[in-house]
Ligand binder design. Structure first.
Ligand SMILES: [Zn+2]
Length: 476
């Protein structure tokens, strides 16, 4: 079996000055929805010194092009080379609880999630967070917007792990001052939560050369007072930082919000009046929205995290993606681990395709989603949702080199050998993207790069051995 690891050289070997890396393979991106751009025998060149893509095109042409830099070529005809995948919504402390519990959102949070998050102390984060970011890179995910637990220390540890792995991460400590995880100190929660969030933002927003950003994270209106949400909005404005929260995920949640905020027109109005809606706000789920709410989100240029695997797992509903896109909303895809059962963004794309297909069964004018459109949402769509448009998401020269190389051998039913089945060169770009969407996963990831630095190489072991972890944590 051909090795998935970098034919042609070691991507982590120290680059000499003026040495670029050239990734060869079937090169693909999706700069606009519905349009794939591809080079069948192509290559993407980047300069590890600047972290930027320098050239993209036909390998035969690029190989002969005169340039002062030497090129170290990696890959070959069995590789697919693409923009790194972007996960716009997941929860770091929840990953161990994937596939646990069968209830709807609110009972599931109480029973399966809050006890786990409550124990996401610093010692636990020191063990789990490096593995979490290794997992992201192993799945070809280069950027993500993530929630931690409510603790400052474990959020620090998660940021440190993200920095060590070299990923492009927006992360924030969960803010909750209503109910929280259970028996905490209610009087202190509001001020401490704002204070700790601000302290984390000062330390991490723009850190690691700008790869890290702080994302203020009021969990959702159910667990936040109006003062906390207003405070979070003020801090985000003050520090030019993104905001992430959840909106209109389940019927039970919406009912609670109606009860807790009787002055609001609807759920979206709660966030709007608290100042939380803006172009740097990413709202998870957005399943059950009225026309008025969609209009408010579009006017604010707020972004939507579509989390189809999670929506099906918790039985929350099917988001009408076609309607939200037609209304002009910017949408990215989120794994929403652990309500979504895996970090695999190919599985999330597949679920988006299948959810849209399922909607056509009972909504006569619903529009299905093609795999190439889902691929756009998980790359350029995610970049737009996270405010990274023009930075990553496509393979245009000048973009930062956040890339993933996949080994077709791991995707085709009989591999790439002489066995029956299509050979890589016989597959259209649409075929290849569909193959990834329906069969993609970490086994196919050969290399992952962020800003021109290799952050994962196939076969690399999971970091850190098991060490005992004391449960607990006292933050708010
Ligand atoms: Zn979530």
């Amino acid at each position: 079996m051909p090795s998935a690891a970098s034919p042609g050289g070691n991507p982590r070997a120290a680059a000499t000055a003026d040495e670029w890396i050239g990734l060869r393979g079937h090169v693909l991106d999706a700069p606009e929805s519905g349009r794939l751009r591809s080079w069948r025998e192509g290559a993407v060149l980047f300069d590890p010194a600047t972290g930027r893509i320098t050239e993209t095109g036909e390998y035969a042409l690029l190989r002969r092009r005169p340039r002062t830099a030497k090129v170290r070529w990696l890959g070959g005809p069995e590789w697919l080379v693409m923009p790194g995948l972007i996960d716009v919504h997941a929860h770091v402390p929840q990953y161990p609880a994937v596939a646990r519990g069968e209830g709807e959102l609110l009972p599931w949070l109480r029973q399966a999630i809050f006890p786990l998050e409550r124990d996401f102390s610093k010692p636990r984060a020191l063990v789990q967070a490096p593995r979490f970011f290794h997992e992201l890179a192993r799945h070809g995910t280069t950027s993500a917007m993530l929630y931690s637990a409510i603790y400052e220390e474990s959020t620090d540890a998660a940021f440190e792990a993200a920095a060590a792995r070299g990923l492009r991460i927006a992360l924030g400590k969960v803010m909750m001052d209503v109910g929280s995880y259970g028996p905490l100190q209610p009087r202190k929660i509001l001020t401490v939560s704002l204070h700790e969030s601000e302290a984390l933002c000062r330390r991490w927003h723009g850190a690691n050369g700008g790869l890290l950003r702080y994302a203020f994270a009021p969990r959702f209106a159910v667990s936040c007072s109006e003062r906390l949400m207003r405070g979070a909005a003020d801090l985000a404005r003050q520090y030019d930082a993104p905001i992430q929260t959840h909106l209109a995920e389940s019927a039970g949640e919406i009912e609670k919000v109606r009860f807790q905020f009787p002055w609001a027109k609807d759920y979206t109005d709660v966030y709007d009046r608290c100042g939380l809606l803006g172009p740097r706000t990413v709202l998870g789920h957005c399943i059950h929205l009225s026309e008025r709410e969609v209009g408010t989100l579009a006017a604010a240029n707020a972004k939507v995290a579509h989390c189809p695997t999670s929506n099906l797992y918790l039985g929350s509903g099917i988001m009408p993606l076609d309607r939200w896109l037609a209304a002009g909303l910017t949408v990215g895809l989120g794994s929403d681990v652990a309500a979504g059962p895996e970090l695999n963004m190919w599985a999330v794309m597949r679920s988006a395709v299948e959810s849209a297909r399922a909607r056509t069964f009972f909504v006569p004018d619903a529009r299905p989603l093609r795999p190439a459109e889902a691929f756009h949402l998980a790359t350029q769509g995610g970049a737009r949702a996270l405010g990274l448009d023009g930075v990553v998401g496509t393979l245009d020269p000048g973009r930062e080199a956040d890339l993933v190389a996949l080994d077709l051998h791991a995707l085709l039913p009989y591999g790439t050998g002489a066995a029956a089945g299509p050979r890589p060169g016989e597959l259209s770009p649409q075929d290849l993207v569909a193959l990834c969407v329906y069969r993609g996963g970490p086994a196919a990831t050969a290399l992952t790069f962020v800003r021109g630095r290799c952050v994962y190489r196939a076969g690399e072991p999971t970091p850190m051995a098991d060490v005992p972890v004391e449960p607990g944590g006292s933050g708010i």
